[in-house]
Design a protein around this ligand. Structure first.
Ligand code: NAD
Length: 506
């Protein structure tokens, strides 16, 4: 049973993959997968729980010894084949992201590209699995370390990157010799299913990669299952914290990435045209549904009026439109009607709390699509909801500060700590900001300082719970555990007259 085969009549039912077998489950509860451009239901997904979680864990456990013992270069050959499949289906995968998520075709292609780079990075990981040796660590004793798989790994992913975030996890886990269970967001499960199909076509053995669906019941069953060894999570802060505390209490290794509130500082000496373009792309790209989206512009030292004027006129040029079948749209819809209404509600909150809505995205003609145009809110202060809450939509709040010191102080009060950027031509201001701002990913004249596969995604504070981050060598270290071996060999009577190597020159 595959994604294509599981369409019955006009209703697509989302299949799961356990132990190499695709199947559609009749669960007590189902979720709707929307096409946000049309406001219609694309597919229905079974919200499964403990029974399916247990079956997936058993399949992953059964496949583990064979996969862990498979030489890393052979595991890499599966990844190389998977990479070729993604390249061959690049446009189809991007269109699927647009259909179930709503982001523009260009944004969806960028997402496929970032995911592809994770697979390419995974192909190179065998080079990182070699250990260290320390000959003659003590008299007659040699030491060595090497890396072993952790075991059965689980990945739980959010709706905003249906293709990329699963690829942050399973290619690295698999290349390190682990087996994997993916639980994608029930709002966007189709891209994950398609990736599963391509991975199976690439030759991954049965049970090495499994795919299950559901919400809280499924997540709880996986977090508490004694057969699960490691959990990777990406989603909102409240759930990230819950996943971290629950899974660690059950003895799992956990990396758990949460929500964000990213600040962008505009200094008086910034090139304002470039800064406004970068700010708009950061705040309104993917309709603001990115954990690295710019959410607060800190206008320093009197730059506020000019900034607002240009942001508003730039925002009016952004074509907000349905994206499915329309590659020309600049910005697409939000994920569903409830989320669009929640985000739009912040404009009323802003007015009630004393801020000034300079650009109101509700003026956009939405039709049946879950659209909201770019929104710019001026005169926001750090005691307002717009500054405190993660809005996760196309709303840019402008906070005016006297100078860089005050901007850094505002950031210090923020409980999150994903990304922050400065726009300036001063090396000194950039250096102060880089060293002192309270966030883990820093940009200098860069709107979205999100690293690619080779560097870790280093969120701080309430944006990350755990130790080893996703991506880069930290990701490899998360999915491996080290073994240290000390070896001493005693000479036999016949060997005991031999000189040490360095003495004889042999
Ligand atoms: P979410 O937290 O609602 O859902 C994420 C996952 O958790 C989903 O798979 C969902 O099924 C599951 N889940 C939801 N409620 C649950 C519950 N009560 N118990 C157990 N599991 C539950 O997040 P979302 O709305 O899908 O995604 C948007 C959020 O993700 C934003 O907060 C965004 O900032 C964050 N995000 C963070 C990063 C990062 O790297 N820090 C990256 C992307 C998205």
């Amino acid at each position: 049973m595959t994604l294509t085969a599981s369409a019955s009549g006009s209703e697509l039912r989302v299949p799961q993959l356990i132990g190499g077998r695709w199947s559609v489950v009749d669960a007590a509860q189902h979720g709707d997968v929307f096409n946000p451009s049309k406001g219609t239901v694309l597919a229905r997904v079974a919200l499964t729980g403990a029974e399916e979680a247990d079956a997936a864990v058993r399949a992953a456990q059964a496949a583990l010894p064979g996969w862990a013992e498979t030489p890393a270069v052979e595991r890499a050959r599966v990844m190389f084949a998977f990479r070729e499949k993604i390249v061959a289906h690049y446009d189809e995968l991007a269109r699927l992201v647009t259909r179930e998520h709503g982001k523009t075709h260009a944004e969806a292609r960028a997402e496929v590209q970032r995911g592809l780079e994770m697979v390419e990075y995974a192909c190179s990981v065998p080079a990182l699995l070699a250990g260290d040796t320390f000959p003659q660590l003590a008299n007659g004793v040699d030491g060595e370390t090497n890396r072993h798989p952790v075991g059965v790994c689980v990945g739980i992913t959010p709706y905003n990157f249906p293709h990329m975030v699963p690829l942050w996890m399973f290619p690295i886990a698999l290349i390190c010799g682990n087996t994997f269970i993916l639980k994608p967001s029930e709002k966007v499960p189709l891209s994950a299913v398609r990736l599963g199909e391509l991975l199976v076509e690439s030759g991954v053995p049965d049970g090495v990669f499994n795919l299950v669906h559901g919400g809280k019941d499924m997540v709880d069953a996986l977090l508490t299952h004694e057969g699960v060894n490691a959990v990777s999570f990406v989603g909102s802060t409240a759930i990230a914290k819950y996943v971290y505390t629950t899974a660690t209490a059950h003895g799992k290794r956990v990396q758990s990435a949460g929500g964000a509130k990213n600040h962008l500082i505009i200094m008086p000496d910034a090139d304002l045209d470039q800064a406004v373009k970068a700010l708009a792309a950061s705040a309104f790209g993917c309709a603001g549904q990115r954990c690295m989206a710019g959410s607060v512009a800190l206008a320093a030292g009197g730059v506020g009026d000019a900034l607002i004027e240009r942001l508003v006129s730039h925002g009016r040029t952004i074509d907000t439109a349905p994206t499915d079948g329309n590659d020309a749209a600049d910005m697409g819809p939000l994920i569903n009607a409830a989320h669009r209404d929640r985000v739009a509600g912040y404009l009323d909150t802003a007015k009630n709390e004393g801020a000034d809505v300079a650009l109101d995205g509700r003026e956009v003609e939405a039709g049946d699509a879950f659209l909201l145009g770019p929104c710019v809110v001026d005169q926001v202060t750090p005691d307002m909801s717009l500054w405190k809450d993660e809005i996760f939509g196309p709303v840019l709040s402008v906070v005016r500060t006297d100078d860089l010191e005050e901007a850094i102080a505002v950031g210090q009060r923020c409980p999150y700590g994903n990304g922050a950027s400065i726009f300036t031509q001063s090396g000194h201001a950039a250096r102060e900001f880089k060293r002192r701002f309270n966030a883990g990913m820093i940009g200098v004249n860069v709107g979205v300082p999100a690293p690619m596969a080779w560097l870790p995604f280093t969120g701080w504070n309430q944006s990350f719970f755990g130790d080893l981050h996703i991506q880069g060598t930290e990701g490899v270290h998360f999915y491996t555990r080290q073994k240290m071996t000390l070896t001493r060999w005693f000479a036999s009577a016949a060997e005991s007259h031999h000189d040490p190597v360095w003495k004889s020159g042999r």
